[in-house]
Design a protein around this ligand. Structure first.
Ligand code: SF4
Length: 397
């Protein structure tokens, strides 16, 4: 059965407040229907609030509108994220005053308040689920969509599946499953390893001569857009870069997300993705980055897989803003006929954004089949009568 995804486009049919994106967000929330929340519910609004100088997360202007809608039900919302992001959130405009509710660290002030949760994936037996998510009655998953160097695309599932675990597990366990490489040490001499290291224009291959150990930084590798190391490997054939090697990160995110979502009643979970100010990589980089696809709007659903699938599809209809791609991307795929998603053209075909929803569906979190319900589409609203109030004097409205 298909899931409903509400969509508000950045585009509008006329210059008028009643068709603006802010009003569309209100209507998306109405469509999601917060009436399942009660005055007893403690509601976690899970966001990434950015780091240091990373100012392209969801503006507090929109956050506040969602928070106010939660408060209208009588429930008690609080925004939550990792302790560092929370501690300096005010640098990026997030305060109780601007957002309308408290902002609290997701796993305590030292990122150590969590619940050991069975994972059993590769060599990961358990991970520490963030205590605040575990203890909450309801979840509003408020995510900023963007391209991402490890998985091609990140929004709702990564916000929960990575951001919902304690710091040590986020970095060592979740990111750890990804940095594997298919390298046959027996076929490779130290001289050949040196050739492989030298072949990567980005210095993403490291070789430890003493240990005779070679590593590739998969998180940054441009895989199918590049393959210069594979060319250098030639007839020796000791190195391979396979699509399967890029899927482990998706799978651990899906497993981790499912564990968290299972702690909530299904009618108390809501997902809203902001397809705005989309950057080449994560909000956790802590810097302002160029916007690499045009703004699209906001999508919301009760189904985390459907909201991700709709987001990836909508981004897939856009063209990369070529003039804003940073010059360190030396291996872009500019061939439109290759049929790649814009984020694959950036990060390589093996970092396929749709793997997010493939694994989301595999672990039973929802459906890739969705019905897109557009709120106040521009073609319709340009026919509507309404008008706009211009600021002509101090009204304080
Ligand atoms: S595919 Fe390209 S970017 Fe990736 S490790 Fe090989 S040479 Fe480096």
């Amino acid at each position: 059965m298909s899931s409903r995804v509400f969509y508000g486009s950045i585009n509008h049919g006329q210059i008028a407040q009643f068709v603006s994106l802010a009003v569309k967000l209100d209507k998306i929330v109405e469509g999601l229907d917060f009436s399942s929340l009660t005055s007893k519910d403690k509601v976690a609004v899970k966001m990434h609030l950015g780091f240091t100088d990373g100012a392209q997360t969801i503006p507090s202007f929109y956050v506040r509108r969602v928070v106010e809608k939660i408060k209208e039900t009588g429930a008690s919302p609080y925004i939550t994220d990792n302790p560092t992001s929370v501690y300096n959130a005010f640098h990026r405009g997030y305060t109780q005053e601007t957002c309308g509710c408290p902002i609290i660290p997701i796993a305590g002030i030292k990122d150590l308040y969590g619940y050991e949760t069975k994972i059993n994936y590769m060599d990961i037996e358990t991970m520490s689920m963030a205590g605040v998510l575990h203890d909450s009655d309801a979840l509003v998953n408020l995510s900023h969509a963007k391209a991402q160097n490890n998985v091609g695309y990140a929004a709702a599932l990564k916000n929960i599946g990575v951001g919902g675990y304690g710091g040590s597990d986020r970095w060592k366990k979740i990111h750890g499953v990804f940095n594997t490489v298919s390298w046959d040490s027996g076929k490779c001499t130290p001289e050949h390893a040196g050739k492989l290291v030298g072949s990567c224009p980005y210095e993403y291959i490291k070789y430890d001569k003493e240990e005779h150990d070679l590593k590739i930084n998969r998180g940054k590798c441009y895989n199918g857009n590049c393959m210069e190391c594979i060319e250098a490997d030639g007839d020796i054939g000791c190195l391979s870069i396979d699509p399967e090697g890029f899927e482990t990160f998706h799978e651990i995110i899906a497993i981790g997300s499912k564990k968290i979502l299972d702690t909530f009643d299904s009618d108390k979970v809501f997902h809203i993705n902001f397809l705005m100010d989309m950057t080449p990589t994560c909000d956790c980089m802590g810097i302002v980055q160029p916007q690499i696809v045009p703004d699209i709007g906001i999508v919301g659903s009760r189904d985390i897989v459907a909201v991700e699938q709709a987001s990836i599809d909508l981004i897939g209809k856009e063209e990369l803003i070529w003039s804003k791609i940073p010059p360190y991307f030396k291996h872009l795929n500019t061939d439109k006929s290759a049929g790649l998603h814009p984020f694959q053209r950036l990060w390589g075909p093996m970092k396929d954004p749709y793997l997010v929803t493939k694994y989301g569906e595999k672990y039973g979190m929802g459906s890739r089949d969705y019905e897109l319900v557009e709120i106040l589409p521009a073609e319709e609203t340009m026919q509507m009568k309404g008008g706009h109030s211009f600021e002509r004097g101090p009204s304080f409205a």
